[in-house]
Design a protein around this ligand. Sequence first.
Ligand SMILES: [Zn+2]
Ligand SMILES: [Zn+2]
Length: 347
Amino acid sequence: MRKMKAVMKAVAAPGLSLAEVDVPEAGPDDVLARVLAASICGTDLHIYNWDAWAQSQVKPPIVIGHECAGEVMEVGANVRRLKPGDRVAFESHIPCGSCYQCRNDMRHICDHLKILGLHRPGCFAEYVSMPEVCAWKVPASVPPEVVTLMEPMGNGVHAVHAADVRGKSVAVFGCGPTGLFAIACARAMEASAIFAVDIDRHRLELARVMGAGEVAEGADPDLTGWLVRRGGGYGVDVAFEMSGNPAAIRNAFGALKKGGTLVAFGIPSRPVEIEWSNELILKGRRVLGIVGRRMFETWETMQRLMDSGRLDPRPIITHRYPLADFETAFRALSERNSACGKALLLP
Ligand SMILES: [Zn+2]
Ligand SMILES: [Zn+2]
């Protein structure tokens, strides 16, 4: 059996470890890829810290990681679309292909969804095996550090595409990586004005770099008043709630125009109370719940935006580490107020 280095959740406790494990098999419908670059997501931090959510999802021992760029090394007997040497990104959500959602073009909310690095050995390793259906072929000219960011950036593309922002004013609440990607996508999809809100000034600096025209402190008592004035006295057309913070959710409604769209992406840790009548019904607003990426409409849209040069995720990369230095990377990401966008792991 061939061996490889991988970052494992070896036991049901906080932390991760570097291990020598078997190179995964490529089944008949799978591709085996060499990992060229991987990136760390908030999900991986939950697994590292071993919080209640991680405990409910992950059964150690398992190799973690779900964002990566790969080069196809081997293909299974049923694989037709890909061949060794192809460069790929992976859709990390593995749909079953046969449930009601899958049969109705909603594979991103499949009833039996499996996730790379949670339910199947992940990509913080030298090799990863994934079903061919989840492999998104990219031109060999796209750098691996860009390719690995397609999976997380796809959340932003999905959110912004669903809200149809062209010519509209938008406010983004929460400038973690997905908020920053949403800002870049809103610019690429020609929003007329982009406002970014966060409590961390480093993140607000990144928000400007990604395309926000103006930024504001989340704790500013005049925040919603300011956004309403910026929206011509009526409020903004689209509010993206990317943080899951109850105060930010209230502010997102407070800044939104009547008839506007609230895009809900951030996941609150507890149920949130909203004034259903005044915030939603009587103002004629709509709320869009966004999860994952549409397979594969989101990927098509993202690839076109990247090919046209309008969407480039690279300014968000703030840290790069060899795979073996994963511990330093996770520590850096866990520290508050560190100027952290995305950290890459390079096997
Ligand atoms: Zn992720
Ligand atoms: Zn399904």
